[in-house]
Design a binder for this molecule. Structure first.
Ligand code: F6P
Length: 326
């Protein structure tokens, strides 16, 4: 008999479409392997408050297609402190939970890593964030859906931009990462993409806008990633308006609609694979690791690497976007 008999599962940080598919993957895979499953509600806060509920196979029926997370999520300050983690540890012990699957982003994995340096209950992570900014995995749950949501929205903005000969600045999410901006920019044929990874170069507004002007395009779409130190889409649009008063400029901030909606097929499949892989990792006595997908295969990445190393965007794609927008 293995040492793991009962596992907990939680979602933490910003929600992402496909988190429910991952909860289902974890729950069903654990039950298949003869383990009990406890849902921990509201992320690490639920661990501190003993907000636990047993999950059966039927508890995760009819959720694979739903956005959000049935377990709720939170960004928990208290878990950052040793006292908070001690409370969480006591509660896990009391509930006889032998291992935990954390579905979240790098902030959530930082907490998991600290916990595993202090306590022996193993934590395994599943990358869940629309930002796709976690080192060691090509993919994070929710990114594909969010990207498609942005593409659909920008296509609509293009229609009205063309109708009025307007320039639109469209701000997309991504905290300090330009994955959503870069990929949606290419997919929508944006005239320019401004991302935190290349701020200096990217904010050569004369170059970006000047070229657009000489090309006399009927519409211009500039995708702006949030998290630029120069400010958001409104600030950049204001600067452009000052330099190029002839442009008819509008700004659209897509905001949290990027986080909702039914997950794409890719997100559902990958979340299911990762859920299963996380349970297998716990059964195999892994701890303090994230399960990821690299070149189509499941990989294990220590939290230490996943949270410390920076995942860069592919700069050749930025060049591609420039070439194709001539
Ligand atoms: O990390 C996911 C994310 O959606 C980021 O892209 C964004 O910056 C942040 O969360 C927004 O967080 P909140 O929902 O707490 O405003």
């Amino acid at each position: 008999m293995g040492k793991i008999k009962k596992i907990g599962v939680l979602t933490s940080g910003g929600d992402a479409p496909g988190m429910n598919a991952a909860i289902r993957g974890v729950t069903r895979s654990a039950i298949y392997n003869g383990l009990e499953v406890i849902g921990i509600r509201q992320g690490y806060q639920g661990m501190i408050d003993s907000n636990f509920k047993p999950l059966e196979s039927h508890s995760v029926s009819d959720i694979i297609q739903r956005g959000g997370t049935i377990l709720k999520t939170a960004r928990c300050e208290e878990f950052r402190s040793p006292e908070g983690r001690a409370k969480a540890h006591n509660n896990l012990k009391e509930a006889q939970i032998d291992g935990v699957v954390v579905i979240g982003g790098d902030g959530s994995f930082t907490g998991a890593r600290l916990f595993n340096e202090e306590y022996d209950i193993p934590f395994v992570g599943i990358p869940g964030t629309i930002d796709n900014d976690i080192y060691g995995t090509d993919y994070t749950i929710g990114y594909d859906t969010a990207l498609n949501t942005v593409v659909e929205a920008v296509d609509k903005i293009r229609d009205t931009a063309s109708a009025h000969n307007r320039m639109f600045f469209v701000e997309v999410m991504g905290a300090e990462a330009g994955f959503i901006a870069l990929y949606s920019g290419i997919a929508t044929g944006a005239e320019a993409i401004i991302i935190p990874e290349i701020q200096g170069d990217a904010l050569d507004l004369k170059k970006i806008i000047g070229e657009g002007n000489t090309r006399k395009k009927s519409s211009n779409i500039i995708i702006v990633a949030e998290g630029l130190k120069e400010g958001g889409a409104f600030t950049i649009a204001e600067k452009v308006k000052n330099e190029f008063p002839d442009y008819d400029i509008r700004v659209s901030v897509l905001g949290h609609l990027q986080r909702g909606g039914s997950p794409s097929a890719i997100d559902r499949v990958n979340a299911s694979r990762l859920g299963h892989a996380a349970v297998e990792a716990l059964i195999d006595d892994q701890k303090s690791v994230m399960v990821g997908i690299s070149n189509g295969e499941i990989v294990l990445v220590p939290f230490r690497r996943a949270v410390k190393l920076h995942k860069d965007v592919n700069h050749s794609l930025l060049e591609l976007a420039r070439i194709l927008s001539v």
